[in-house]
Design a protein around this ligand. Structure first.
Ligand SMILES: [Zn+2]
Length: 72
């Protein structure tokens, strides 16, 4: 059995150690009493932050406009 910590999207209150497997992904916020069905539960993954300067150093560009060929 897995327990989940879910932050209420309405009031921001953390609801700790919820057993969503038993409740079919349904939860009720302990603070504002709003109930939700959570569509997806995923574990958070750390994503490295890369600055524009670092991208230039490796010769890459994350600017989508720059990669579009000019038509004029
Ligand atoms: Zn709430």
């Amino acid at each position: 059995m897995t327990r989940y910590d879910i932050k209420c999207p309405i009031c921001g209150c953390w609801n700790r150690a919820l057993d969503l497997d038993d409740s079919n992904n349904r939860m009720e916020c302990a603070d504002c009493r709003q109930d939700f069905v959570l569509l997806r539960i995923s574990k958070t993954v750390a994503i490295p932050l890369v600055t524009q300067e670092q991208l230039k150093l490796i010769g890459a560009s994350h600017d989508p406009i720059a990669s579009v060929p000019k038509t004029a």
